[in-house]
Design a protein around this ligand. Structure first.
Ligand code: PLP
Length: 466
């Protein structure tokens, strides 16, 4: 994450900015050379690093002592707030009992208990859980399950995978093959064979400033029918989409689109995978996008909000019929030759179970749903500011798109994100869209703070910095 140094005049109120001289959060700059930072302009960052040294609730603490409001929940993951007390307590308790146990032909109770809870939490008959350690691993696992499922049923001709333009599915070779982001794919040589991509649903002309699911674009799903005919449907294993494409600018699905994809998949025996790494675990004000839209996929990939970002964890949720197709082989044989050393790690299970408690017992998902219209109203009030070309939102997930600068070394999105940080609010720039996905513990006053800060930052970045 590239974080700009804040000018001292723009620091937030002194009660949140003056660390005591002996504050343990005040650390020196560590040696910078060895860490090859992911998705980062390493050389630029290391010239003027600004580090995050602490967090609590809705705030991060930066190395200069400032507290900043976290409007993106870490990286769309800390849905229940930073250092959520339930999660922290569960991790401390778990490490005193069991640090690690393999789930390869052995197992530990917390993994089974968590899987059962997730099956209850998931919609429909998504009753089976394969644990991973990240969203990327979840995507790879889901793609492999999809291909292997058809083989398990004697339908080995189905190997093709269909993704969609502008969808992000992590960084494994499987994930970047189905992802629809050119610059993420172009430097890695030939990817998986037999992959094709649906067109994006994003329609900046007809759907600009939509609230929730946009009205126009259900017909974009019909491209799937044409693509299946093109490739011969009997060769296609699965379609994977993000219900709301997050990392390319927060693109909610047109009304009816996901249902139509489901209908087409059903007609042709193709599995439908929802990548809910961002949209799962309450982000849209429902447990999953599948719940919100009433469209049941065959597999859901999850991570991020599953463990509140406290410990790496991912999962693939699988419907009965898909899972059961694997359970007819020779007795005693391994049904799926796949797994990770840390699948269902005890600490991750403890964190995820406590996170579920926070969602359910503390009513956080209901809170996300209740706050969503307030965030929507606040952000749509930015319409009309110079250079604001779109506002999109669903649940506590939103994007404010800005007209790009003509050139230069910094995008308008980056300029606005830097300005916001200087004013005490951390947002995420994805291209020229400012993405927002705050923890569900956010207050209305903090939503106001985000909107006011964004307004000031947008007004202050109309001209390209020289
Ligand atoms: N899928 C989606 C929709 C994501 O947003 C992400 C990450 O942002 C991933 C997959 C990859 O997750 P991870 O970074 O945990 O591998």
């Amino acid at each position: 994450m590239v974080i700009a140094q804040a000018p001292s005049s723009s620091q937030p109120s002194s009660s949140r900015s003056a660390p005591a001289a002996d504050d343990p959060a005040l650390v020196g700059t560590p040696p910078m050379g060895a860490f090859w930072m992911p998705f980062t302009a390493n050389r630029k960052f290391k010239q003027s690093p600004q580090l995050i040294v602490g967090a609590e609730g809705m705030h991060y603490r930066l190395a200069d002592g400032r507290l900043v409001l976290d409007a993106i929940a870490g990286l769309w993951c800390v849905n229940a707030g930073h250092r959520n007390p339930r999660v922290t307590a569960a991790l401390k308790a778990q490490i005193d009992v069991l640090d690690y146990a393999s789930n390869f032909q052995s197992g530990h109770p917390a993994a089974f208990e968590l899987a059962a809870r997730l099956a209850d939490f998931a919609p429909g008959d998504l009753n089976h859980v394969f644990f991973t350690n990240s969203g990327s691993e979840s995507v790879d696992t889901a793609l492999k399950i999809a291909v292997a499922y058809h083989r398990a049923r004697g339908d080995a001709g189905r190997y093709r995978l269909i993704g969609r333009e502008r969808d992000y599915h992590g960084v494994s070779f499987g994930g970047i093959s189905v992802s629809g982001i050119g610059r993420q794919r172009s430097t890695f040589g030939p990817l998986l064979n037999g992959v094709d991509h649906l067109p994006t649903t994003h329609d900046p002309v007809r759907n600009a400033f939509s609230r929730g699911e946009p009205v126009h674009g259900i017909e974009k799903a019909d491209a799937l029918e044409a693509m299946l005919v093109l490739h011969d449907p009997s060769t296609v294993a699965a379609v994977i989409v993000e219900p709301v494409a997050g990392s390319t600018g927060v693109l909610p699905p047109p009304q009816g689109y996901l249902r139509r994809l489901r209908e087409i998949c059903d007609r042709h025996g193709v599995l439908l995978i929802f990548d809910e790494v961002i949209t799962g675990f309450g982000r849209l004000g429902a447990n999953f996008a599948a719940d919100l839209t009433g469209v049941l996929p065959d597999l859901i990939t999850a991570a991020k909000g599953l463990s509140n970002g406290a410990v790496p964890m991912g999962a693939v949720l699988v419907r009965d019929g898909v899972h059961d197709a694997f359970m007819h082989g020779a007795a005693g044989s391994v049904e799926l030759m796949h797994g990770y050393t840390y699948s269902g790690h005890p600490l991750a299970c403890a964190a995820a179970s406590a996170t579920l408690d926070a969602y359910l017992e503390d009513g956080l998902i209901a809170q996300a749903a209740a706050l969503s219209p307030y965030l929507e109203d606040g952000l749509h009030a930015l319409r009309g500011l110079p250079g604001v070309i779109d506002v999109r939102n669903l649940g506590l997930l939103a994007g404010v798109e800005l007209a790009p600068y003509a050139g230069g070394t910094m995008t308008r999105g980056q300029a606005v994100a830097q300005q916001c940080l200087a004013r005490g609010v951390m947002v995420r720039a994805v291209g020229d869209t400012i993405a927002l996905s705050p923890p569900f513990t956010i207050s209305r006053a903090q939503i106001d703070e985000i909107v006011d800060t964004l307004r000031a930052a947008i007004l202050n970045t109309v001209d390209q910095p020289s």
